[in-house]
Write a protein that binds this ligand. Structure first.
Ligand code: NA7
Length: 564
């Protein structure tokens, strides 16, 4: 429903996008296509977001390469050849750079521009966005595309920062650092830790893997893509993208409607064997539906994978430590691996159980472990690598002072957990759109597939804004309450919502006392896409849209700025 007002307030740009990663780049392209006045800003010195920052050895994605690309341009699809089934970071970054050059996006991006504050003015319905260097941009609409995992977290251990060698988070890995012959400790065995550990294990002289809890991993099945295979894939792109559109997470793997209990145990095990030895996240995402919903089937599947670990790791004490005890298979994100377990069979690799021997402190020479009873063990090191994860989903928002017209800070609003209107807006924060953030069905999908949904919605919405002369676009509080409730209900059906991971807001993951929060939407990308489309079809019933160019004349005319 729309209210009409007039008036004007100066702005430097109509649409300001924060973040030049995969999402921000695509949004920029789409807004340029509809002739919008748009600018992108990014804190980094180059484009690519996640793929610009994460340069640690072994960094790659766990999505099949040919599904992890934009689908909007047939020409782009025709000219880009993927080298590996699961592309490594340098290739993905080159792809994004190619996209930026091909579509001439760079002139619209300002780098080295870290946003520190964004304040809404009720006087003229503009956002004033302030940067670290003191400069400002005024914008009609601000679109946040800052990534889900762009604020790294570190353990709160004594002495951190005092180490004499390289002390780095995987996210900040110095690209020119050569690990050959070095003594390295990696803290954390999530998806990033698993990759870096596997990659450096046979290059370093000593590798200490400092593990708190184990995580489930399955073989990635990576390998080169031959020219013939690339041609076959390219000829099937339409079907591949159409298929991904209908899977919950936008992957080529789709949960089987069959229940594990519908088949014999022999049949189940045969199927699991095939999935385990297959490609990508098949065992995790393409399995019998009940394995991620029901504790019984999940337990049986977990035991199947645990047995694989026992077979691959020679020392059974180590194997046992690498088998997760606190969560079942697939109830946290499963990491794809390429020889992770075999690394522990090497003499130069040692698994340190932090549950038994916690870090007492980081010293100038390395890490001191507490062995109990007053005893310590010093690991002398050349590098300490924190693969300890991120202040996920909301971390990037918390770093910016986002202030609405009432002087309320978004960080305070979200203190007990984020609340969003369909994952794209926050009530009382008009003209602020979230492209990647909490409770969005797009954010946790295979990223390019998911972001295409939200960017396409945003582009359609911008078209509506421009063609209807909308000055103010704001999520309704009642729609927000309903959406959070819906997300909570849908998520509760999956075992994934019951574990301690960044999916559930244990995102400071250090003290383990974080409250569970409704961070991500697990209802699946197709359902989310349909829900967003409903808004377009029904002229945005969950939002209040106000026509005009600002509040001034509306005040003169005495009309309400935003009625229903
Ligand atoms: P994750 O998946 O959050 O993993 C972080 C790892 O770090 C995990 O093993 C944690 O153990 C460990 N961790 C965290 N804090 C500590 C402390 N204080 N001490 C010891 N160990 C700690 O981050 P990743 O970067 O691996 O992956 C993030 C996403 O990137 C992933 O989901 C993919 O989508 C790509 P815990 O299990 O909490 O005991």
């Amino acid at each position: 429903m729309t209210t009409k007002v007039d008036g004007a307030g100066a702005s430097d740009v109509d649409y300001l996008i924060i973040g030049a990663g995969m999402c921000g780049l695509y949004q920029l392209h789409q807004l340029l296509e509809i002739g919008a006045d748009v600018r992108v800003v990014d804190a980094n010195s180059g484009l690519g977001g996640t793929w610009f920052k994460n340069r640690y050895p072994g960094c790659r994605f766990d999505s099949e390469s040919y599904t992890y690309q934009y689908s909007f341009s047939p020409e782009l699809l025709a000219e880009w050849d993927w080298q590996e089934k699961f592309s490594a970071q340098p290739e993905t970054l080159s792809y994004l750079e190619h996209v930026a050059d091909r579509f001439d996006l760079r002139p619209h991006i300002t780098f080295d521009a870290r946003v520190v504050r964004a304040e809404w003015s009720e006087a003229d319905w503009r956002w004033t966005v302030s940067f670290e260097d003191g400069s400002q941009i005024r914008a009609r609409f601000v679109l946040y595309a800052m990534g889900l995992l762009s604020v790294p977290t570190y353990p709160r251990v004594a002495g951190r920062g005092s180490f004499g060698g390289l002390e780095t988070h995987t996210f900040d890995w110095p690209e020119d650092y050569d690990v050959t012959g070095k003594r390295i400790a990696v803290i954390g065995t999530g998806a990033s830790g698993v990759q870096v550990i596997t990659d450096v294990a046979d290059k370093v002289s000593e590798l200490y893997v400092l593990q708190r809890d184990a995580n489930w991993c399955t073989p990635l099945g990576n390998g080169p893509i031959s020219e013939e295979e690339m041609a076959r894939l390219r000829a099937s792109y339409d079907e591949i993208f159409a298929w991904c559109r209908e899977t919950p997470a936008g992957f080529i793997h789709r949960p089987d409607r069959t229940l594990s209990t519908d088949v014999t145990r022999e049949e189940r095990l045969r199927h699991w064997e095939e999935l385990y030895n297959g490609q990508g996240a098949g065992l995790y995402m393409g399995n019998y539906r009940d394995t991620i919903m029901e504790p019984g089937p999940n337990k049986e599947l977990s035991e199947f994978v645990a047995e694989k670990i026992r077979q691959r790791v020679k020392d059974q004490r180590v194997a046992d430590l690498l088998i997760p005890k606190d969560h079942g298979f697939g109830t946290k994100r499963v990491a794809g691996e390429s020889g992770f377990y075999e690394a522990f069979n090497q003499d130069n690799v040692e698994l340190v159980d932090l549950m038994a021997h916690p870090i007492q402190e980081v010293t100038e020479a390395g890490v001191r472990l507490d062995l109990g009873g007053g005893k310590v063990r010093d690991l002398e090191l050349d590098a300490i690598v924190y693969a300890t994860g991120f202040d996920a989903v909301t971390g990037a928002f918390d770093r910016i002072e986002i202030v609405n017209g009432e002087g309320e800070h978004l960080k305070d609003r979200w203190e007990d957990g984020p609340e969003t209107c369909l994952g794209v807006q926050v009530s009382d924060f008009p003209n602020m759109f979230i492209l990647v953030g909490p409770q969005s069905g797009s954010a946790t999908a295979n990223f390019p597939r998911g972001i295409e949904d939200v960017v396409n919605w945003m582009t359609e919405t911008a078209r509506h804004i421009e063609s209807h002369g909308i000055a103010r676009f704001e999520g309704r509080r009642e729609a927000e309450v309903a959406w959070v409730e819906h997300v909570r209900e849908v998520n509760a059906k999956l075992l994934l919502s019951q574990t301690q991971s960044w999916f559930n807001g244990h995102n400071i993951n250090l003290d383990r006392d974080d409250k569970p929060r409704v961070m991500v939407y697990l209802g699946g990308a197709p359902r989310y896409r349909r829900r967003l489309q409903e808004e377009i079809d029904q002229e945005y019933p969950s939002f209040v849209l106000t026509e005009g160019s600002g509040p001034r004349q509306s005040v003169r005319a005495g009309s309400a700025a935003a009625s229903g």
